[in-house]
Every structure is written in C-alpha cells, then in structure tokens.
Ligand binder design. Structure first.
Ligand code: ATP
Length: 357
C-alpha cells in the first residue's frame, strides 16, 4: 500500500502564474482522496505532477519512503483514468485491456486469464470483441477503468472520469467506484469540480482554490465545519446562506448584528471582537419557516418531490430554505424565518477564515 506525500509542491506556468502554490499534502495508504475545486484551481496540475506528466517547479513528491518526482511516469507504478477515456480506437475491448500487459511482456495465457477476471469484475465480458466506438459512454468508462486495474498499480489517479456521463450513469458509476475502492484497497486520488462526487466517494476531501489548499478533512467535517468562506460556499447544494454583519458589545457579552437577522448572542466565540465585520453562514436545512423575527418575501418555489426548495428575498439578501414537500406557500408572500442558532458559522470579512470552533 502506498502513502503519497507532497512536500511544498509548487508549479508555475510562465513567469508569474502559480497553478499550485506551496502544497503540503499527505494521502494515506488506501485512502480515496478527492481534490475538489472550481475550474483553474490547480487540481489537474497536482494530479499530473503525481502521475509524472508534469514537472514540479519546486518541492518533492514521495511514495512511502521513496522520492518519485524525478522518475518517469512509467517508473511510478500509477494508472490514470481520464475524462475522455483515451481508449485505442483500432483495438477491441480485449485488445485495449491487454495492451498494458503486452507492453510488459506478460505471456499470452496469463494475459487471457487477467482479461477475463477484469472483464468479469467490471461486467463487460460480453463487450470484449467490440471496438470503443461501438460502446456507450458508460461502457467506455468501464473499459478505461479495466485497463487501469489490469496493471495492478500501486496508485490510481482519476481526472474527472465521470464528467462525460449522464446524471443517472454518473450515480451508478460513483457507487461502482466506491465498491472498487473497497475491493482493491488501493490509494486513489480523484479530481473533480463536482462536490456531490467528492462528498459521496471520498474518505477525505482536499478543497483547492486559486492554487492553494483550503481545507483537507472528511466529507462530513468539510460540510459541518468549513474552514473558510470559500469552502462553506463551494460545498453543499443549495449553497450556504450568508448574511453580512458586525460583532458588537451587548449587555450580556458579544453579539452579532445584521440588518436581516435578529441580534445573535455569541459571548464565547473565540477570535471575534467588537467592531469586526463578518458573514454569518447557515445551511438551507437549518432554516425554519413560519417562526422567528426575521422576515422575507418568497421569490421562488422549487418542488423537487421529496422536498421543496424555497428562495426568500429580503433587500439584497437571498436565503435558500429546504422544506417539506407539502408546505403551502405562494410567491410574493411574506414569511417569518429563523436560523437554528447552534448551526451558525461565522467567517471574518478580512480573510474569510472561520471564526470560533
Ligand atoms: P479544470 O477543472 O478546468 O481542469 P483545474 O483545477 O484542474 O481546472 P489546472 O488545469 O490544474 O486547474 O490549472 C491551474 C492553472 O494553471 C490554471 O490557471 C491554468 O490556466 C494554468 N495552466 C494549466 N496548464 C497550463 C499550461 N500548460 N500552461 C500555462 N498555464 C497552465
């Protein structure tokens, strides 16, 4: 099993574009770690540096105790699965699966056994004689996975492998990848901008933004204790609600005041002090309608079947609310609402960092 350690890794393109800046990251043995972030945040560059497809400007990458960043890709024992599958169009599925084995000089009968076992595991046995263009996107993706698996690499690297699939197939493939990870127990690094993929598959998520690591933690911790305003806004659908305000001294200690919400007592909030501007954040599932001192107008109602999303507007503020599907509301109606006081997050205006625990 392989631990991957990135030590002060930097990648510069040209004179002043840092694609990846000072990245320290330990990916544990057997972990499914997802690099999550918006387009251009440096996640693909990071993956390509681990694979050996991109050189480092500075820093080191180690697999267990061995430094590997100066080794050629073929010497790293990694397999990469790309968004565009990268199958050989002139070879049938069998030929595509066999290719890495042939290159390694594995004897024919052994190759056949390995192809049969891999095809069985991925349920593509009946496709072995077809060419890639005779396969659906999901089937092509399975073959690409098979071609990675058959080499029995120490590390699997995935670059947005599900992006080209439709929503239903994506959900199926997410579950399959989770099963595959459990079964193989290999270290896997997965790049995506899709927070749902990251939340559902990963043992831990590393959130990146503008070339910098923002937070690394379990999906549950990233969701419930985002380290900064960026992570809070990027993870979760609908996005977290934010209301601007300022801390001030009240009769019974520190308070947070905003134009929209009633005054929130925060006497023990470490790192907060009077005069500090901040955003208070709360998720749509922590808003209760029909009670509380805050008031807003219903502007959008989205009935999703199992739940209804309601968008409230109050001046410049918009508040998303998840409610039961049987709620009776009309667009334009004024409603009262409350945000659960034990589910609030505060982020400093200055640097966006989380305030308090
Ligand atoms: P995406 O999801 O769009 O692929 P990403 O998070 O994977 O985004 P990277 O592809 O790693 O981001 O790119 C990070 C930054 O480096 C971007 O600003 C990108 O424009 C820049 N970049 C990437 N490759 C090169 C290159 N070969 N030459 C110059 N700039 C590059």
């Amino acid at each position: 099993m392989t631990e991957i350690a990135l030590k002060s890794v930097q990648k510069k393109f040209g004179a002043d574009v840092y694609a990846v800046e000072n990245l320290d990251l330990i990916i544990a043995k057997g972990e499914f770690l997802t690099l999550l972030g918006p387009s251009g945040c440096g996640k693909t560059t990071t993956l390509r540096m681990i694979a050996g497809l991109e050189t480092l400007t500075s820093g080191e990458i180690h697999f267990n105790d061995k430094r590997i960043d100066q080794l050629a890709p073929g010497q790293r024992n990694v397999a990469m699965v790309f968004q565009n599958y990268a199958l050989y169009p002139h070879l049938n599925v069998r030929g595509n699966l066999e290719y890495p084995l042939k290159k390694r000089g594995v004897p024919r009968d052994q190759r056949q056994t390995m192809v049969a076992a891999t095809a069985k595991m991925l349920q593509i046995e009946e496709l072995l004689d077809r060419r890639p263009r005779q396969l659906s996107g999901g089937q092509q993706q399975r073959v690409a996975l098979g071609r990675a698996m058959i080499r029995d690499p120490a590390v699997f690297l995935f670059d947005e492998p599900l992006s080209n699939l439709d929503a239903q197939l994506r959900a199926t493939m997410r579950a399959e990848l989770v099963r595959l990870h459990l079964r193989l127990g290999k270290t896997m690094v997965y790049v995506t901008h899709d927070q749902l993929e990251a939340m559902t598959m990963s043992t831990r998520i590393a959130v990146m933004y503008k070339g910098r690591l923002q937070q690394i933690d379990t999906p549950a911790a990233i969701y419930s204790r985002p380290a900064n305003r960026f992570v809070a806004g990027f993870v979760g659908t609908p996005t977290m609600n934010f209301v601007e305000g300022v801390f001030s001294d009240g009769a019974s200690g520190l308070e947070f005041r905003s134009t929209l919400l009633p005054t929130i007592p925060v006497p023990g909030l470490s790192g907060a002090k009077a005069g500090m501007a901040a955003d208070v954040g709360f998720r749509s599932e922590h808003v209760v309608l029909g009670q509380g001192a805050a008031q807003a107008e219903v502007s959008v109602i989205e009935a999703l079947g199992h739940e209804t999303l309601v968008l409230l507007t109050a001046g410049a503020d918009e508040i998303a609310v998840r409610t039961r599907p049987d709620i009776a509301l009309r667009v334009g109606e004024k409603v009262r609402f409350d945000a659960a006081i034990d589910q609030l997050h505060f982020f400093a205006k200055t640097d966006g960092n989380r305030i308090g625990g």
